[in-house]
Every structure is written in C-alpha cells, then in structure tokens.
Write a protein that binds this ligand. Sequence first.
Ligand code: FEO
Ligand code: CA
Ligand code: CA
Ligand code: CA
Length: 692
Amino acid sequence: MRKLLPLIGSSSGSHPGGRSAMTCRFRCGDACFHEVPNTSANEYVGDVIAGALSRRSVMRAAAVVSVVTAAGTAVNVAGAEGAEAATAASRHPHPSRPSHSSVPRGLRFTPVEPNTADAVTVPGGYGQNVVIRWGEPILRGAPAFDPEKQTAAAQAGQFGYNNDFLSLLPLHGNQKLLVANHEYTDEILMFRGYDAANPTREQVEIAWAAHGLSAVVVEGDRRTGKLTPVPRHPLNRRVTATTEFRITGPAAGSDLLKTSTDPTGRKAFGTLNNCAGGTTPWGTILSGEENFNQYFANASRATDKRYGIGTGASERKWERFDKRFDVAQEPNEVHRFGYVVEFDPYDPSSTPRKHTALGRFKHEGATIRLTSDGRPVAYSGDDERFDYFYKFVSSKRMRHGDSRSAREHNLTLLDEGTLYVAKLTGDSPAIEIDGSGKLPADGEFDGSGTWIPLATATAKGAVSHVEGMTAEEVFVFTRLAGDKVGATKMDRPEDIEPNPKTGKVYVALTNNTNRGVGTNAKADEPNPRNANKHGHVLELTERWNRPESTSFAWLLFLVAGDPDDPATYFAGFPKDSVSQISCPDNVAFDPHGNLWISTDGAQLGSHDGLFGVATQGPRRGELKQFLTVPKGAETCGPVIGERQVLVAVQHPGEITGATVEAPASTWPDGPGTYVRPAVVAVWRKDGCDIGS
Ligand code: FEO
Ligand code: CA
Ligand code: CA
Ligand code: CA
C-alpha cells in the first residue's frame, strides 16, 4: 500500500502555495499573500505605463500569427553520508506493466518512498556526498566558515547561500567546473539573534555577498561519482549583489535604465534572486533573476505594481544601507533587475551580462535549443501566478570553436532577435473543462498555440510589435506587453527545457491555488484545475519541430498529485505504479532523454524530491522518485549525468519559527551545527552509471 504520511506544516505556517511561511517571506517576498499582480483582462495595459513613460511612435508589426493545429523507507540520518532507501519498494505491480527489461536506461532504480527524513534519501545501492556547503572557502585568502564570526569579506570568497541552479561543465582530466546560483538569503538561519526590524550593516553586506553565483572547480573520484571541491583554483569565482555587470541588448542605454550612479544605463551592479538557469551550447551559463521585486522599497508606479514591488519597507531593509534599493530615491534601479544574465565561467576576468532582449520579468531561468542553421532559441518562464512564458529567437548564428573571437561573438547571440510570448488554445469544448481535472472526452488536455511577437532587436535598433508600447518599453515592461497581446495566463511557469533528444519542450507549472478563486481566471484546458495545489507539466511541440516556429501543439504530460486522486494524469501510464509528485519546479534531461523533475513545496506529506520519467516508448509517464531532501528544503538544480546526479538542497530547515537557536533541521552536519544549504552528488556505489 502507498504510505500515508502526516501532513507537514499544514496548520501553522503553511502558505497557500504550499511552502513554509518563512520560505514565502524570504524567497519571494510573500508573493502568495499579495494580490495577484496580473489583474489584466489581457487588454488593460492601455494606460498602465502612461505617466511612467513618455509616449513615442510605435510600429505595429505586419507579422501575423497563424494558428495551426498540427503541429523507500528512509533512514533518519543527518550527516554527509545521508540516507539510502533501506528496502526495495514494491508498488502495486500492474498486470499490463511492461517487463523490467523495457525500463529505459537511466531509470533503472528502485523508487524512493515518500518520507520526512531530515536527510537526502536515495535509492538502494546509491551513495552520496556533500560536494560543497554554504560558507566553504573557494577563493584564495577566504577563511574557513565560522558562522559566529562571519564577515562580508569572508562571505565574498566563500560559497554563497541557497544554491539553486547547477551546471557541471567539462574541464580537463577528472576536473569539472561547477556553477551554482545563490537565489536568496535566510537571515534568520544565518545570524544568531537576528533582529529583522534592525539588521546591521554587516549582516546586510554579508547577505549581498551570499547572493549571486559561484564557480568552483570540482574533482571527480575515479571509482564513484563522488565530487570534491578544489579550493583556490584560478577558475573559482564569486559573483554577488555588487559585482559589475554589462547591460546589453536593445534596452541598454535606455533612459529607463539610467541611474545617478550609472548615467549610461549600461553598467549594473549585482544580480539578485538567481533561480533556475541553463547551460548554453557555447559554454556559458544563463541565470534568471526571479523575485527581484522583494529587495526594493517605496514603489508607487503602476508598472511597479505589475511587478509586485512593495510600497513600504522591504523585508531585508537594504534601502537603509544603499539608496538604490529605495525606488522613491532611485526610481530606475529596479528596472536593472529581472533579466536573464549570462556568465562565462571559463573566463574569471569576464564581465557578466544582463540581456535585455529576453525581456524583463521574474525569469525562472532560460534554456537554449539551436535552430538548424545554428541560431539560439531561448525559452523562459515568468514564475508568478497567472503569468506567461516566452521565447527569444536569435537572428545570429553561433560560431563553433574556442577562439577568443568565437567566444566574444557568441556572447552577443542573445542581443539580436525577436521576443515572443505564448498563447495557448485548448481543442476540447470549454464545457468539458470543469476545473476538477477530469479529462475531457478526447482523453487529453491538449491543443495548439501561437508565439506572439512582442519586439525585435537588430543591430540598427529595435521595433515594437505591441501597439502603444515602444520597443524599449516592451523589453523593460515585458509583462505589460504580454497583457496587451492576450498571452495565456499560466499556473506559475517555472523551468522550461527542450529535450535534447526529441526537441519537445517541457514547461513546469508549479501550482496556482488562486486559479478559479474569486475574480481570478478560471480553469482552462492548459491549466485545467481550479485551486491548483499540485501543478502540472506541459509538453510543447514546435511546428515542424523547428524551435523558431511561431506555432506549436501542446498537451499536458503530467497533472501532478497523488496518483489515487482522479484529478491526476501521468501521460496515460497506469497510475497504480507511479510515484506521487507535487509542485514540479525544475526540469532537466539525462543523457538518454528521460525527463527529470524536481519539486518545490510538495503538498502530499512528503519532503520535496527528484523524479525521473520516460517521455517516449511504452514506459512514457512512469514517474519514479529518485531522492528526497531534508526538512524544509526544496530540490533544485538537478544535473543528471552518466556517473552522478547533482542536486542543490536549497533552504533546508526553512520552517516557520525556526532560528539558529532553535533549528528545524541540522542537515548536513548534525546537532550543534548550523543548517546549511549544500550541493549533493548521488552516485552508484558499484561505480556503474546512473539508472543502468
Ligand atoms: Fe525560484 Fe520559481 O523558483
Ligand atoms: Ca483536449
Ligand atoms: Ca525554482
Ligand atoms: Ca532546468
């Protein structure tokens, strides 16, 4: 029988989106408790930007978009070695279930049972190690971690807080280059006796240094998939909330981006709330600036409202220490966050970039697929209830090779091209979509869609395709452009990733408990459940399987939840033999083309986890849980390689009421230590490949 676990955090401190109230407070500035920022009837932009912006001539694109239709048992062990599922989980074998031999390569493991162990729990036969923790020194001269004596200078040379996106890039020999995002800080768990009303300058500056990105060289073990960091390696680097960035693309130099410290509008300082990301085919990292709104105070404009920027003090009170975080004093600084940033980890002296051509919103991340003639197409979700997802099609071709000129050229690929937003239409009668999740008569939540062009950037300038908005307004107030063209309001579009084997694109839609509630948009075929607690995963097929197409077909691959709940769907696979899943967030692919999904805010009584599922063949939809993470944590940054699975354990112990003095988790180092976000590698103890 499927194990039923007591609901965690269901009474005190759980927010509507499913997370701990503390997660909401520090990570997204209580986004779920605030009004939904998209109150548009998808027509309302009209005057929203009036007053904030001058009106300039606008070109309406002649481009017309045509709709096409075709196209385990957990061991409660804290510590670096974590937990291994102790028993084989036999789950309701189904008579029609294909034989073991047909389980696709990469997915041959015994699923981990839902659990609440304060540990990383992995399948039997697998081992694990903590690769790197918050505060471990990576730069030359950085001191060993001492949370009682932490300083901003120390933190700037140490691994940052709340690791999210991960990339593992090739280097030489047994060495690889690990890049991690550091999304945000949990001051309550970082500082003993933290007074949220009166943070000190040192605490604030430590938080600035704990945000951003880390690059750190790691050494692989020859026998297993174990990885260990190489401190002081010349490629090791930290990017923080104060590092210099170059603003590139069509909005660079715009009046909307000029500030008192940067009258050019081309030089920004720092990156914030870097959530998911992508690794480009030219060897750089893309990282999404997500809930940047929460760091800014005293906003007042309608454009600020659409981005959820607060009218009062910010949670962390940074505005007391740097006026750029006070919108009333420095109105344009907030326009310099909310971009996709690009970082070249192979060049530690490079200036990272903010790409305005990919638009400004709460970018979860960005991932690339190349057209047949070598132009990158970047997919990106705007993680907010009722917001949109986008793609950018570059007009420039990638150059191969590792010459300096090729690398320089490739860093400009995302500056010229067209930004699109998605509009989805269902193919079933609206009356059959009753908001319960019941499948319509045609047996699938599916339909067609169009990519609506918003603006095009060229070397000679940019052109808006949105009536009433200039091109630079489209790139800086992209949400308003999406409202205006009638984009489809989705249930929190998070990570999006094309399957490198098939080209199909997978969109994680985490949840939206406001769907169908009050005056909010009701269920539709692409978001078929009202009060959607568990989320879903959408599979998108570009017309002719060309990433540059302006139309697509789509279907819901997964409607998440307890498989016993009739309102769930696992690509048609028998539901008596799949793992439960709630709140899909990050998506990734293994070398065999299987989809891996990590969760954030799981609502079924188990801790968050990582799951693998085949997208093709007779096992399509057979979801299997690979691991679970410790108490209060979300599972992030999955990298699924041949030899190891890497996960970023983000915000462990982030449970309402927890403090340094009274921690909810002591992972990874056990009682008497600070709980620390960390990166974990999971590998086969026998040295064989993952899932083989
Ligand atoms: Fe940072 Fe959308 O999760
Ligand atoms: Ca249908
Ligand atoms: Ca995320
Ligand atoms: Ca991803």
